[in-house]
Structures are given as structure tokens and as C-alpha cells.
Ligand binder design. Structure first.
Ligand SMILES: *Cc1c(COP(=O)(O)O)cnc(C)c1O
Length: 393
């Protein structure tokens, strides 16, 4: 039956209305406070209303909002230079979202082979359980039936191999493969990290077969796992990488980063965006980097993350009937539930703690990276109370 509500029915929303946020805390219209370990799905990387970000955004808002990419945008040049300096990349293209950063990454890979005399080399190999966005190309890349169903033919050129299966991956990468696209840690798929050794072997398969390695660090990037990017834990670099979520810290933008060689086909007129890299987004992005790249910030993330994951492991020991496993890196943590993950998310919410469900029956904890040890303890206390109530039934 058609609902009278004017919004698309695509989300089953929780009936909570948040009005304000400060740091890791959110306040509803009724004045109730929630500890936010969801961070808008790993987006609010510096918490809510971070003073440095508020100042950057409002300062830019008083000067200039939008220009289009018909003109030079100094904020883009500065942010691109800083990202290039901090990563493997030589080149950056700014987008409005993660899916668009992935679209750019896929187009970059295909176009590279196109202009280098291999126009049939369009294949993209991905892993089962992946999530790369909701555009027509990125649902094909993710390959999940539940996201593809009813939206017409799956865009051609995307093949999935079982998660972490190196033999299958090696067999799937042929002379028609432009790139292997993977999340170093699957987010929506249930906080499933690719073993660093497997990631190194995937890099080698790409090198041996002349394919590009494309990483989706939309969720795992920008400090989330305790390194600037998650692939750094494996000591490898990609050729192309999609970034979003945490880089905007709540201002919607993303970026596709690439080596100069992989981006050689992306010449004038081949790709574009109206809003991507607009002055407001760039002001925020530069301010986010000010904080993330500050000396000691990544150490802070690792310290707090250690305390939080140790606490989770003791909850697992205490509630073996509810928690099967604790996994993830940094502040990208997953609780693999023995009972329904939705029940656990609800139980946490009843203790005014926000978390995010994920695939594989996992509850994701993705708090702001500014989380303090005390806030981590407060979160653990609330989880303990919730699990205790679930145990008693
Ligand atoms: C969220 C996400 C995307 C899609 O980003 P949008 O901004 O929603 O388009 C792509 N890949 C990963 C790994 C994500 O977590």
C-alpha cells in the first residue's frame, strides 16, 4: 500500500530526532543525550560541531560558496597537494560522495587502458560482500543481489570472487581486467579486514598481470583504522583510491586519488562534476586534514582504540552467548553477534548508545576519532548494561 508520507520509503528510520551535537554526544528534540558510536556511518570523524571545522565552514560561507570547475579553486589545489604529499597519489579529483569517487576510480582505470592501446581491458574484479555505493556502476561492482534487483541489467564488466580467495582472484584477473577493486576492510560487509599478507599478494597479482589496484577507502580511510589509510598497515600502495566519508567530516564530499600514470587518460573534457571540490567542501576538507595530520593524532586514535577493543574483548568473554567475535582495526570495530545484530543495536540504543548494523550479523562501532578514553569507557559501560539486560532476556 502506498504511504501518504512524502519521503521515499527506502529507509526504515529510527524514530529519534537529533537537534544538536557536540563532540561524541547528540541531543534529541526532547533533550535526551546519546553517545554517538555511529558517527553518521564513519562520517563525523571529528565529532559534532568541532570548533575548527565550524570556523572553517562559516568563514568560507561568508566569502564564497560555489564557482564550478570552470575556474581555479585554490582550496582544491591546496587540499590536493596535501593529499598527494601524504599518500601514494600524484593526482586528485574531488567528488560529492563516495560512490562518485568510485565512479571516477573505475573510469580512470578503464580510460588508462583505452588510451594505452587496450580498449577491451575494462574488467573490474571485486570481492563478495563488498559495498561500493548505490549508483548503477557501483551496485554492479558490489555485486550484491539485494541492491541489484529490479534495476535493470547489471552494468557489464564487474566480476566478484569469494572474500579473501586468492586463487579465485588470480584466475579472475585476465588480460581483459583493468583493475582489482577492494576495501582493505569491508565496512557494510561486516568489518571484515583483508589480511595484510593477502593484500600484499593481491598487489603482486595486479603487478604480474598488468592490472591496476583500486582501493575503496571510503569508510576505512582518513585515520579510521589508526593509520591515515588502512592499506598502510600492509605496506603496499594502490594505483587508484576512492575516499569520502571521514574526509568531509559531515560535509558531503569525496575524492579519487591516483598515480599520474593510472590517471593518464583523464584529460580535459573526459570527466566532470558541477559541485565536486566546491569552496565550502574544500574549506572543510583542509580543516579536517589540519586535525588528522597533526602530530600525535593517529597515536591518539590507536591508544583509544586499544582501550576500546580490549574492553570489547572482555565483554565477549563475559557474554559468550551474545558475542562471537570482536574484529577490526583502530576505531573501525565490529562485534560479530551470536544473536541478532539488530537486537544488539536496539539494546545499545536503549542505553542511549548509537551503533550501526552491518552484514555478517555484525554491529559496527565507528565513533568519532576524537573519542577520549573516558568516553570509550562510558560506551563500554552502556554496552555492558545492554548486554546484561539481553542476557536476562
Ligand atoms: C559509504 C561507502 C560507499 C558509498 O559512499 P556514498 O557517499 O554513500 O556514495 C562506498 N564504499 C564504501 C566502502 C562505503 O563505506
Amino acid at each position: 500500500m502506498a504511504s501518504a508520507a512524502p519521503l521515499y520509503e527506502t529507509y526504515n528510520r529510527v524514530p529519534l530526532r537529533f537537534e544538536r551535537g557536540e563532540g561524541v554526544w547528540l541531543t534529541t528534540d526532547k533533550g535526551e543525550r546519546y553517545l554517538d558510536f555511529a558517527a553518521g556511518i564513519a562520517v563525523s570523524s571529528l565529532g559534532h560541531s568541532h570548533p575548527h571545522l565550524v570556523e572553517a565552514l562559516t568563514g568560507q560561507a561568508e566569502k564564497l560558496w560555489h564557482l564550478s570547475n570552470l575556474y581555479e579553486i585554490p582550496g582544491q589545489e591546496r587540499l590536493a597537494a596535501r593529499l598527494v604529499e601524504a599518500t601514494f597519489a600524484d593526482k586528485a579529483f574531488f567528488t560529492n560522495s563516495g560512490a562518485e569517487a568510485l565512479e571516477c576510480a573505475i573510469k580512470t582505470a578503464r580510460r588508462h587502458f583505452y588510451i594505452n592501446g587496450e580498449p577491451d581491458r575494462i574488467g573490474i574484479v571485486t570481492m563478495e560482500g563488498a559495498f561500493h555505493g548505490r549508483t548503477l556502476a557501483t551496485i554492479a561492482a558490489g555485486g550484491q543481489a539485494k541492491y541489484l534487483e529490479g534495476f535493470g541489467p547489471k552494468a557489464p564488466g564487474f566480476d566478484q570472487v569469494p572474500f579473501g580467495d586468492l586463487d579465485a582472484l588470480e584466475a579472475a584477473v585476465t588480460e581483459k581486467t583493468a583493475g582489482v577493486l577492494i576495501e582493505p576492510v569491508q565496512g557494510e560487509g561486516g568489518i571484515r579486514p583483508i589480511d595484510p599478507d593477502v593484500l600484499r599478494k593481491i598487489r603482486k597479482i595486479c603487478d604480474d598481470k598488468g592490472a591496476l589496484l583500486i582501493l575503496d577507502e571510503v569508510q576505512s580511510g582518513v585515520g579510521r583504522t589508526g593509520r591515515l589509510f588502512a592499506h598502510e598497515w600492509a605496506g603496499i600502495t594502490p594505483d587508484i583510491m576512492a575516499v569520502a566519508k571521514g574526509i568531509g567530516a559531515g560535509f558531503p564530499f569525496g575524492v579519487c586519488l591516483s598515480t599520474a600514470s593510472a590517471a593518464d587518460g583523464m584529460t580535459a573534457g573526459t570527466h566532470g562534476t558541477t559541485y565536486g571540490g566546491n569552496p565550502l567542501a574544500m574549506a572543510v576538507g583542509n580543516a579536517v586534514l589540519d586535525v588528522i595530520l597533526e602530530d600525535g593524532f593517529l597515536d591518539h586514535i590507536n591508544d583509544v582504540a586499544n582501550a576500546l577493543s580490549q574492553g570489547l574483548v572482555s565483554l565477549k568473554d563475559r557474554y559468550p552467548d551474545l558475542i562471537e567475535d570482536v574484529r577490526g582495526n583502530g576505531l573501525m570495530l565490529g562485534i560479530k553477534c551470536a544473536k541478532s545484530n539488530m537486537e544488539v543495536v536496539q539494546a545499545f540504543r536503549a542505553e542511549n548508545l548509537l551503533s550501526v548494523p552491518a552484514g555478517d550479523n555484525v554491529v559496527r562501532l565507528l565513533p568519532p576519532l576524537t573519542l577520549t578514553a573516558e568516553e570509550a569507557r562510558e560506551g563500554l559501560k552502556r554496552m555492558d548494561a545492554a548486554l546484561e539486560k539481553l542476557t536476562r532476556g
